[in-house]
Design a protein around this ligand. Sequence first.
Ligand code: FE2
Length: 375
Amino acid sequence: MQKLMTASADYAELDSYFAASGAKCVLLVCGSSFEKLPLHPYFDTLEQRCGIRAVRFSDFQPNPEFRSAVKGLSVFRAHGCDMLAAVGGGSAMDVAKCIKLCLTSSNPEHALHVPFVPNTVPFLAVPTTAGSGSEATRFAVVYENGVKQSAADDSILPDAVLFDPDTLKTLPLYQKKSTMLDAVCHAVESFWSVHSDAESMKYAAAALRLVIANEEGYLFGTDEGCRNMLKAAHFAGKAINVTKTTAGHAMCYKLTTHYGISHGHAAALCVKALLPYMYAHPELCIDGRGAAHLEQVYAEIAEAMGCASAAQLPVFFASFADSLLPGIDAMVSAADLQMLTDSVNTERLQNHPVRLTADTIRQLYAQILGKEQLL
Ligand SMILES: [Fe+2]
């Protein structure tokens, strides 16, 4: 059972957690934004407070390479660390998760390709964005020589999480909006995934309700708004921990790498395009529970988002996304549409409740990019 903590002004709950861990030295995996966080001085004084040394590891990039985790493992071992802490967004979490799975590996460079040997090294996660929900999942996404790889194992789920609303207050507005949209897409995609169950749908609905109720406070930077948005992203993470994501995420990665928009922004543009298509084609439902189940799911998403009726959900979602971030304004050729279409991971599409052919995906990309005339 993951221990969830909410930060108080003096981080007393962290003191108790560290004291109970019995650790002597923690490897702190964090990005460059760590310098600006209120938690920075906390870790500087951890040895005085709890008798635990903190060794910092920041030698990784966004969309990290697995070899960064292997470097982190060397630092962990060189300093005799016996605990892990990740303070950051998805990248810091992914690196720390991969260090954890290397800890018991006899050949760390190849740890992604052999069965994992679980270990009980304590692992604290402090998310500094309200989006990825990575602290709630057993998945890590890393790259090997530029090729995306994912690892999944229950043993890399952090055993404790600290929600610290102060971490969100210095984020740039674009990042705040796009990470929130990432959490919304996790919740929506999990809701309609063919792998959904009662538990995942409960988490997805809770996430959407929290987003809608706290959007304004979060964007203004209130304590309550930020705290609840962290919880929303966490619940959405718990939902995708059960179901994984679907076509929205399968389609969004190339928009990010090719057009330079953020992950959550791209995911929202894809979900916005998918919804009307899905509504128009109930006959293409591939969820074993049938089209009636999917209709019920649309109604539950609408209800959780505060949309007046299920029928209005595609328009409601589009205006929600448009009110936050714009579309993509770029030169696009027919070859670009094909390149985007070819980039989609077809395995991920099997989680999606409505059949999508390559032609459909090309049409959806044309719509996302406002270039239907190229079809
Ligand atoms: Fe995501």
